[in-house]
Design a protein around this ligand. Structure first.
Ligand SMILES: C=C(O[C@@H]1C=C(C(=O)O)C=C[C@H]1O)C(=O)O
Length: 182
């Protein structure tokens, strides 16, 4: 089992998700990143020379494996589960876990199953219909050493997928100089 899965999946699993307005994120350096409505991948590309994605795992899961939260957001459906690490110049920045319903992997979106190490966001946000909602955040670290995560639902051609992202210690979200609008 990948060290990323061993280390980071449990942190996402136990995240106590909160609506952004319940946290003091608005207007903070963290908030500019965590509340990013557009593609995180595109934003990361502006903060490194080589933005890459490492595919950790991709598998089909039965709808019985969904949490109640997940089922409420994307339906009681079998899904494709995709786990990746996003890296800037080879440094792990985000551990991401995405659930793509089988009903989303149809028509123009059937290619989402063959993304491999192409960033999901660069594919989804090239579609004019793409939008993000149901964004929630969680600090899965401590007050003194925050480790932020977010979960949001993406829509492409009115079909949903659910993305959970854990911002690892080296991610620019924690760097003073990058806590701005860019
Ligand atoms: C949804 C996006 O795609 C990013 C890339 C992912 C992937 O390649 O699996 C998963 C989550 C995101 O961090 C985005 O760029 O906003």
């Amino acid at each position: 089992m990948s060290k990323f899965k061993q280390l980071y999946k449990p942190l996402l699993d136990r995240a106590q998700w909160q609506a952004p307005e319940e946290t003091a994120l608005e207007g903070t350096g963290f908030g500019h990143w965590l509340l990013e409505p557009d593609s995180l991948s595109r934003r990361f590309q502006r903060h490194c020379d080589h933005f890459t994605v490492s595919l950790i795992e991709q598998t089909r899961i039965h709808k019985s494996q969904l949490s109640d939260d997940e089922r409420a957001l994307i339906g009681d459906v079998d899904c494709l589960l995709r786990k990746v690490v996003l890296m800037g110049d080879g440094i792990p920045w985000v551990f991401a876990r995405t659930l793509i319903p089988a009903s989303t992997l149809t028509g123009q979106e059937s290619d989402l199953e063959q993304l491999g190490e192409m960033p999901l966001g660069l594919r989804v946000f090239t579609d004019r219909s793409a939008r993000r909602d149901a964004l929630v955040v969680a600090n899965v670290g401590t007050c003194n050493d925050p480790l932020w995560a977010r979960r949001s639902r993406l829509w492409i051609n009115e079909k949903p997928l659910l993305v959970a992202e854990l911002f690892l210690e080296a991610a620019p979200v924690y760097a003073k100089e990058s806590q701005s609008w860019n």
